[in-house]
Design a protein around this ligand. Structure first.
Ligand code: MN3
Length: 246
């Protein structure tokens, strides 16, 4: 392509250029109050908002195809499992401990909801603050110590799964991994705890950009955590012994 053509494309706004003002384009957290029947919510930002770490292609396929399928499979199951007709999505995580179908589809829906909320554009990501920062420093020495431990845990997942920052019953923080679409609320990989941050380690979450290089996905992803939201989840819900109503 000639320099003239490239300049013309740039002048026309081709390519995504992020401005700091755009941070306010992310919607504020709203609790999920649905029960018995669930819908795929819009993402709290546009599909290109997480570029270049998460591409528009990955984000749109992930949401419109993968996440959407968990929701439709969950709703199909709930038409037969009528005992859950008044259950919220958090109730279903608790019930999933003894229900393998809920582990897949209620887990898949909840995990993705939480995943979308805890991300923002890397320019809008600020460090954790206050009590959460203190709790991280207590457990891992520093934020960078946490990031190393989190990446190591994520790298240790064999096959598909999730890495979580979670709050235990004793209020201490922990890093936990779960296989498939399970999560710490189900109590299948240790005691029940309350996740405030979740990283999707399924190939569909990164392969179109990172391919075999999972470690670059992990380290890049840590730079787009919306710590303001994670702080909020910690203080308002998890530290009080409640699941985030994602
Ligand atoms: Mn996924």
């Amino acid at each position: 392509m000639s320099p003239v053509v490239i300049f013309a494309l740039l002048a026309l706004g081709y390519g995504y250029k992020f401005e700091l003002d755009d941070c306010s384009d992310k919607k504020s957290f709203t609790p999920n109050v649905e029960a018995g029947n669930f819908t795929l919510s819009d993402l709290p930002y546009s599909y290109d908002f997480l570029e270049p770490v998460i591409t528009i292609q990955i984000n749109s396929i992930h949401h419109q195809k993968h996440h959407a399928k968990y929701v439709s499979k969950l709703d199909a199951y709930l038409t037969t499992a009528t005992k859950y007709s008044d259950s919220t999505l958090v109730d279903l995580q608790e019930a999933a401990g003894t229900d393998a179908t809920l582990q897949k589809f209620a887990g898949g829906h909840y995990n993705h909801n939480l995943f979308w909320w805890v991300m923002t554009h890397s320019s809008c990501s600020r460090s954790p603050q206050g009590d959460l920062l203190g709790a991280i420093e207590k457990q891992w020495g520093s934020l960078s110590g946490f990031k190393t431990a989190f990446t190591t845990a994520a790298s240790g997942i064999f096959g598909s799964g999730w890495a979580w920052l979670t709050v235990k019953a004793d209020k201490e923080l922990a890093i936990v991994t779960t296989p498939n679409q399970q999560n710490p609320l189900m109590g299948l990989s240790g005691d029940v705890s309350y996740p405030i941050l979740g990283l999707d380690v399924w190939e569909h979450a990164y392969y179109l950009k990172y391919m075999w290089d999972k470690d670059t996905y992990f380290t890049s992803w840590l730079e787009l955590i919306d710590w303001e939201v994670v702080d909020y989840f910690y203080v308002v819900y998890a530290r009080a012994g409640n699941a985030v109503p994602a």
